[in-house]
Design a protein around this ligand. Sequence first.
Ligand code: FAD
Length: 476
Amino acid sequence: GPVIHWFRRDLRLADNPALTAAGQNGAPVILLYVHDDISAVDWTAGAASNWFLHHSLENLNRDLLPYGNRIVFRKGSAVNVIRDLAVETKASTVFFTRCYEPWAAEEEKILAHELKASGIAARRFGGNLLFEPESLKTGSQQPFKVYTPFYKAGLKQLQTEGIRPRPEKLPAPANLPSSDDLRSWNLCPTKPDWSTGLAENWQPGEQGADAALENFIEEHLNRYSSDRDRPGIKGTSRLSPHLHFGEITPRSCWQRTLSKCVIENGFPSQGAEVFLKELIWREFSHHLLHHTPDLPSRPFRQKFSEFPWRKDEDQLVAWQRGLTGYPLVDAGMRELWHSGWMHNRVRMITASFLIKHLLIDWRQGQKWFWDTLVDADLANNAASWQWVAGCGADAAPYFRIFNPVLQGEKFDPDGVYIKRWVPELGNLPAKYIHAPWLGPENVLKQAGVTLGKDYPRPIVDHAAARNRALAALKSL
Ligand code: FAD
């Protein structure tokens, strides 16, 4: 009988050990993708993520044309769909790439069990991470809770050799099982179609991922260590959605970065080193999620479970829409809404603003990001929100409260980023662009800005909000 390759978040042909193994089997390969909006329960994919997924699948299908094969699209609970298809086609083996969300790990166990009961083999492969979460342990055989020792332990066992090219063959079965029309899943918005901004910014699929890496290495890598903090310029790789969907592997990123970066005194340039460290932050998040499955729902540090969060729907909405009156926060939230992505520095500032200035529960922010980011990733999102909230593993201390005005002056000194995303402030001189309420009346007038009308006044006062946040912390 044939074998099945179950595509999950390994939407690529190159460096895909599971797919390669399926192709090497000699039997016809059924390529399956299951749209499952049941198994993830609270964490079914959000709207922006679904848009990306749709185009990634479409492009993967196109890349399969030369193999004379294509993806069978089916909908339902993945375990049931796969078991039924395997029985229906008399498949001998199901190949797949491991995922690390707690629900996905559970699903893998159930699937293996169900297949076994029908005499079908399940073969699971890694490939989406540099290190399997069980493979790194502290000296006392515990999971890591601190980044730097994790990083050091990782480097010791890092292997980036043997990256596999695309499979030579993926022969289609004589009769392809029936498939849904991908479009019938309605992963893309139609009425209204809000995806123009996403389409302008992203090229989903393996080719888009390769192009993003290539462009980054050629144009930005050597300046990465300084440019990465400047939201007004393209200083980072924008690989995050590609990595999330497995259109490219961290091993490929690592290997290509090292092979192309400037080597100084036998060491990779600083830009390369800092970039590789970011890839390891991704590993660290996955390690944390694997060992702490309730990371998205509970503070890693117990004492924060008693935190006195405020409920304030109006302020939450002002934050979501980019109408807080703090230009850097608003620019970030609007960048997110428009493009499905936000610069990392601004993610930290907007998240901090929600948590500390507004005292709104980090889980509310996590949820909003989940729905609006094209790179929404359970491990990275949960670990990062907890990091900002000060309740995570190896987190920023809670009492360190970003001042959005100073952050703007430091990292967007000319206000380029603000002007792009908050155009109503476009004519303000850089001196006032991060704190328009401090601008003299005639300057505001000349720039055509009436506060409270063209642009909101700050919804909270920084100093007062800061004191309130510190008092809340003290109450724990
Ligand atoms: P680069 O700077 O080019 O970094 C390369 C890669 O390293 C990224 O693509 C990403 O995979 C990884 N990486 C970088 N920074 C981090 C980090 N802090 N933690 C984990 N991995 C990292 N990242 C997501 O992929 N999905 C999320 O849902 C997500 N939510 C976040 C929420 C908050 C509140 C914050 C502060 C950060 C979040 N991040 C998330 C991490 C980070 O902001 C993004 O990975 C990064 O901005 C993506 O842009 P890039 O690919 O250009 O990054």
